[in-house]
Ligand binder design. Structure first.
Ligand code: HMG
Length: 378
């Protein structure tokens, strides 16, 4: 009998109800919008109102993912992967655990390493379910990316959450046991605890990302004894579409790169969620049947840790997709004006009632440094 590997059993994502068209940003920054649309490869970016945060979108994504499993009591670990924490002590995952109604004997903790954290969580979860065959691990990767006004990073803001369940008999993707890793100490992107916006050296970060692609894929091929041609499709972390295309051009040259970028090009950078949204995007958009195909994944988290790993698409994955839900969520988004964008970017703007949420849970207020979430009537 063919050996099966653990991997992704269910997956879903969520993002803000609001977006800014990058043509609008270009107009106000005196830039030809072709630089954003073609040069960077992004057309829209998700913008977050005060009542929506990494927890509320994380709950929305997780509710959709756990709807696909029979018994949520099988989940005994919840890992919340983020670099957008608002609390240095309490795990944001605990709010999610509460709203999902998960059992009390469930480990919950946050994991951080820039955009790499959800990929790290997947590798940890894989070992966990190999040792605990009945267990399932829920991973939620949720990030909101903000750069300073007028900076080169501004058109690459965005945000989203992905939730996936790791099990021993995955119905979507088996993760193979080889990978290539590259860790170096570099100041390309960081966010000191007292700042809401990330600091970065844009050119250095792009250079470091592309260098890591070569190192990681080289190590992956050596460790696996595979050739580039053995990787049928590949998802590259997508802070903006152009860099994922460059990464693919310089390495694997997979023809399906465009299908991986459909969602990210209208959401913007979602850090920990970005790579897995590339995966959902190819599942939702590629016309070919993917059963048995090998998909490569390149994760890059500034600072930096990068990893290339691969998975084989499971039989029956088509039954596990939420394509209509994903497309409806994105087509129901509301475009905001430039003045609204400026208002929502102001740190002291806290009108919790004025805007809609994408899902059932809203951040109703913050008082005495406590965040109050509640389920809305929908
Ligand atoms: P920039 O310096 O303003 O842009 O921003 P540029 O001048 O390099 O131009 C970009 C491209 O647009 C160029 O094409 C231009 O030729 C083209 P390329 O040479 O790259 O092929 N262009 C045009 N094309 C068509 N029509 C036009 C036009 N004008 C110019 N009219 C930069 C680029 C990367 C610096 C910026 O986006 C940035 O600072 N981004 C933020 C940092 C970032 O996203 N880095 C990515 C790697 S690091 C990473 O992925 C980690 C991260 O996700 C965080 C984490 O790990 O937590 C960020």
């Amino acid at each position: 009998m063919k050996m099966r590997f653990p991997g992704i059993d269910a997956i879903a994502f969520s993002t803000s109800k609001y977006f800014l068209d990058l043509k609008t940003l270009a107009e106000h920054r005196n830039v030809n919008y072709a630089k954003y649309y073609l040069g960077i490869g992004q057309t829209r970016m998700a913008i977050f109102p005060p009542n929506e945060d990494i927890v509320t979108i994380g709950i929305d994504a997780a509710q959709k993912a756990i709807a696909s499993i029979e018994n949520k009591d099988d989940i005994d670990v919840l890992i919340f992967a983020t670099e957008s924490s608002f609390d240095l002590s309490k795990s944001a995952g605990i709010y999610i655990h509460n709203f999902l109604g998960l059992k009390e004997d469930c480990r919950v903790f946050d994991l951080k390493q820039a955009c790499y954290s959800a990929a790290a969580a997947l590798q940890l979860a894989k070992s966990y379910v190999m040792e605990n065959s009945r267990s399932k691990v829920l991973i939620v990767g949720s990030d909101i990316v903000r750069y300073s006004i007028g900076s080169s990073g501004e058109p690459t803001q965005g945000g989203a959450a992905v939730a996936f369940i790791v099990s021993q008999n995955p119905r979507i993707l088996e993760i193979e046991p080889y990978c290539g890793i590259h860790t170096v100490d570099i100041m390309d992107f960081w966010r000191p605890a007292h700042l809401n916006e990330a600091l970065f050296d844009g050119k250095l970060s792009a250079y470091s990302y592309l260098k890591s692609v070569d190192v990681c894929i080289g190590r992956y091929l050596k460790n696996s004894n595979l050739k580039t041609i053995d990787v049928d499709h590949a998802c590259f972390h997508a802070p903006f579409g152009k860099i994922a295309r460059k990464a693919n051009d310089q390495s694997l040259k997979c023809r399906s790169i465009e299908e991986t970028l459909v969602y990210n090009s209208i959401i913007g950078n979602s850090c920990s969620a970005s790579l897995f949204i590339c995966f959902i995007s190819i599942l939702d958009h590629l016309k070919d049947n993917l059963v048995g195909k090998r998909i490569g994944f390149f994760s890059y988290g500034s600072g930096s840790v990068a990893e290339f790993f691969s998975g084989i698409v499971s039989e029956g994955y088509l039954q596990m997709l939420h394509t209509d839900t994903n497309q409806t969520m994105l087509s129901n988004r509301i475009e905001i004006s430039f003045s609204e964008y400026e208002l929502l970017g102001a740190d002291n703007f806290h009108d919790f009632k004025r805007y809609q949420n994408v899902g059932e849970v809203t951040l109703a207020g913050i008082s005495n440094h406590r965040r109050y979430y509640r389920a809305r009537k929908v």
